[in-house]
Design a protein around this ligand. Structure first.
Ligand code: PLP
Length: 383
């Protein structure tokens, strides 16, 4: 079986992740940050290890600026709905995932203005086009780091500099890049960064969070939830400090144990080694796809300018049919359709049918790429 659906959820996970989760369930189990006994202290230590590891991996000097939640969607909702008020203007791109577009459309109906900068058919964004949209009411620039449809990397460092120059906040959706592509929130002038634990960060589903940088005034970022935090229990007002202001209710301790182990694994091998492996495989994949008659590849077709996510179609065959044949006949797991990103498909010209998407990981191999290519060649030959 070949699992090429890592952009949806990364799999397999390193054995260390499974062991850390089993340790939490078998030996710890307590509520992190609530009680003072040794098991609660151990649970809190594990959660802090996850915070510290992520801060290190993302280039944040203060681990308390990492706020945990369910996934990237929750983090993006917190950033957008927490920050924007009627009258504010926000700039985003045409490549965004619905986890950015749907909250923005909902905010638009309440008086927030949204400008969408159109990307090229390869998914490339011109930073100058972002700057040209800035108005006196602009509060935020929100950008996907890499497309979940075609893998194209957006110029976040350049846009970060533009945001700083105009004194705007900059939110990055790093669901597709955290753990797979080097990120440095401080060097790249990122104020808010949403990550998800279950993709390239190698953790389990149900983990994710938001980095909140020092330029964000916490009074301006309303929490999505309010409730018990284990701190300042005598007060009925939500704490005003990090991370408690945004972490009401019991955290996913077992999930964060797995995420801490995933991040530890990544810090050990180095994100640049992950990236180098994925670039080599993506190059092999793109070259192979380019040689199959009847296969159309979307995006940059340049492994250096994208992640290990590649979208394609077989001329004359519906993407859903290709996905089904790949699964049933060749045991290749793909994702087909619109990938929760209709705007990205409009941009690359594949709306409403969508594409077949293969997304690789650090654990994918050259032999798997060859086998998947040969399966696709058989399907394309039979058209
Ligand atoms: C670019 C992008 N943003 C956000 C998300 C949402 O991530 P999650 O489902 O973990 O909330 C995804 C998930 O596929 C994504 O690819």
């Amino acid at each position: 079986m070949i699992y090429f659906d890592n952009a949806a959820s990364g799999w397999p996970k390193p054995p260390e992740v499974l062991r850390a989760m089993a340790y939490f369930m078998e030996r710890v189990g307590a509520n992190p940050g609530r009680s003072g006994h040794r098991l609660a202290v151990e649970a809190a230590r594990i959660v802090y290890e996850a915070r510290e590891g992520l801060a290190k991996l993302l280039g944040a000097s203060d681990p308390l600026r990492i706020v945990f939640g369910l996934n990237a969607t929750e983090a993006l909702n917190l950033a957008l709905a927490g920050l924007l008020v009627p009258g504010d203007h926000v700039i985003t791109s045409s490549m965004e995932h619905n986890s950015v577009m749907r909250p923005l459309r909902a905010l638009e109906s309440k008086g927030v203005s949204v400008s969408i900068v159109h990307c090229s058919p390869q998914g490339l964004l011109d930073p100058q086009a972002v700057e040209a949209e800035i108005r006196p009411t602009t509060r935020l620039i929100a950008l996907i780091h890499a497309s979940n449809v075609v893998g194209t990397l957006l110029p976040i460092a350049e846009v970060g500099r533009i945001a700083r120059r105009h004194n705007l906040l900059f939110l990055v959706d790093a669901a597709q890049t955290a753990g797979a592509y080097p990120i440095h929130v401080e060097a790249d002038a990122i104020d808010l960064l949403a990550f998800t634990g279950h993709k390239a960060l190698l953790g389990p589903q149900g983990t994710g969070g938001l980095y909140i940088g020092p330029r964000v005034d916490l009074r301006d970022l309303r929490p999505l939830l309010r409730g018990g935090t284990g701190s300042r229990s005598e007060e009925e007002q939500q704490p005003d400090f990090l991370p408690d202001r945004y972490e009401s209710g019991t955290l996913n301790g077992v999930g964060l144990a797995g995420l801490a182990a995933g991040v530890r694994y990544l810090l050990g091998v180095g994100v640049s080694a992950v990236r180098a492996h994925e670039v080599a495989l993506t190059r092999q994949l793109l070259e192979g796809l380019g040689r199959i008659p009847g296969v159309v590849v979307y995006g940059t077709r340049d492994a250096e300018r994208q992640t290990a996510t590649v979208s394609f179609n077989v001329e004359g065959v519906e993407p859903s049919e290709v996905g089904l044949r790949l699964d049933e006949e060749f045991e290749v797991m793909s994702r087909v359709g619109l990938h929760c990103s209709p705007g990205a498909h409009r941009t690359i010209g594949t709306y409403p049918t969508g594409t077949v998407r293969w997304s690789l990981s650090y654990f994918s191999t050259a032999a798997e790429v060859d086998a998947a290519l040969s399966a696709l060649e058989t399907i394309a030959r039979r058209r």
